[in-house]
Design a protein around this ligand. Structure first.
Ligand code: 5GP
Ligand code: MG
Ligand code: MG
Length: 177
């Protein structure tokens, strides 16, 4: 285990099993719909790439990059830093996100795709942190509900680091204190 990690919350095996379950649900729902799958960069890149391989329907992949989060505290503003290239009008949209925290990012991005005329918008999140929600938002599908701790790994970073850990862990407080 990495020296900066206090404890492991979810191993690769646990994540794999959960992604199988999530993919089953999506595979039942999206046959013949050809959605635009939108990974939210950078955090969702590991989760999304593992999830998308489990999907058996026709889809397009078109990532988006939003910023709203600096260090360990959310700034509250959501800005699209890198937009999708697709026209989502009359198409189903599936966002893939690493973790829902305040809910601001996905609430804003979902609303934006509805404004662009998306036929439907759903959100798949690897993790959901319900205790820190600041706006009314819930993911349609999520892997695990997690406590209010600062997590890293599997795409989640602290100042750009730890995304490559093949598990989700709690960062030692001394690392960011
Ligand atoms: P929010 O839901 O607050 O708009 O923002 C969600 C984003 O905040 C996530 O995509 C992620 O980048 C970041 N975030 C929230 N909680 C954590 C956490 O525990 N660890 C890390 N590394 N990022 C987090
Ligand atoms: Mg994210
Ligand atoms: Mg981050």
């Amino acid at each position: 285990m990495n020296n900066d990690i206090e404890k492991v919350l979810y191993t690769q095996a646990q994540l794999n099993q959960k992604m199988d379950e999530l993919a089953d649900k999506l595979n039942q729902k999206y046959q013949n719909q050809q959605p635009v799958v939108i990974p939210v960069l950078n955090g969702a890149m590991i989760f999304a790439s593992d999830m998308i391989k489990r999907l058996n329907f026709k889809l397009n992949i078109d990532p988006i990059k939003a910023s709203s989060y600096e260090g360990v505290n959310s700034t509250g503003k959501v800005k699209i830093v890198q937009d999708i290239k697709s026209d989502v009008a009359n198409r189903p949209v599936i966002f893939m996100e690493d973790i829902i925290d305040t809910g601001r990012t996905l609430k804003a991005l979902s609303q934006e795709m509805k404004n662009r005329g998306a036929k439907s918008v759903e959100v798949v999140a690897m993790l959901d942190k319900p205790d820190t929600r600041m706006v009314d938002f819930h993911a349609d599908y999520y892997g695990f509900k997690v406590p209010d701790e600062f997590l890293v790994g599997y795409g989640l970073d602290y100042d750009g680091l730890y995304r490559n850990l093949p598990y989700i862990g709690v960062l030692k407080h001394e690392v960011y204190a």
